[in-house]
Design a protein around this ligand. Structure first.
Ligand code: ZN
Length: 127
């Protein structure tokens, strides 16, 4: 009986996205926004909070697991990249004005010409 229940719970967890990083962040953000809304007495914060909860519910009930996994992976990668940039003190990051490709250059070299590796566009930046 207990094993059957455990098995059912495991199956449920596998078939739904209740525990991925994006889900927990969405839920946390929604709760935080509602909390701020209730402290500051801002009505439309609740609305935004609800949007987060509905999105969480949508992801939770979604049967398209590969798509939800992909979303989660993108979300995680975004934060990994952000952290890398924050901790990287030896480089500066610029976006190519033409194709939006991120270009990494060594810091402290004065004004330099940067050539975009993707589209070949050249632009000057202070490193
Ligand atoms: Zn470019």
């Amino acid at each position: 009986m207990w094993n059957k229940f455990k098995y059912a719970m495991q199956r449920f967890a596998i078939n739904h996205n209740c525990g991925d990083t994006l889900a927990s962040c969405v839920l946390l953000a929604g709760a935080l926004i509602m909390l701020i809304g209730s402290i500051a007495e801002i009505q439309w914060f609740f609305l935004i909070g609800w949007v987060f909860f509905v999105y969480y519910l949508f992801r939770f009930l979604s049967r398209n697991i590969p798509k939800r996994r992909e979303e989660n992976e993108k979300f995680c990668n975004f934060f990994i990249r952000l952290k890398k940039r924050w901790t990287d003190k030896e480089h500066r990051y610029f976006k190519c004005p033409q194709c939006r490709q991120t270009v990494r250059v060594p810091r402290g070299k004065g004004t330099i010409k940067i050539r975009c590796p993707k589209c070949g566009n050249q632009f000057e930046k202070k490193s």
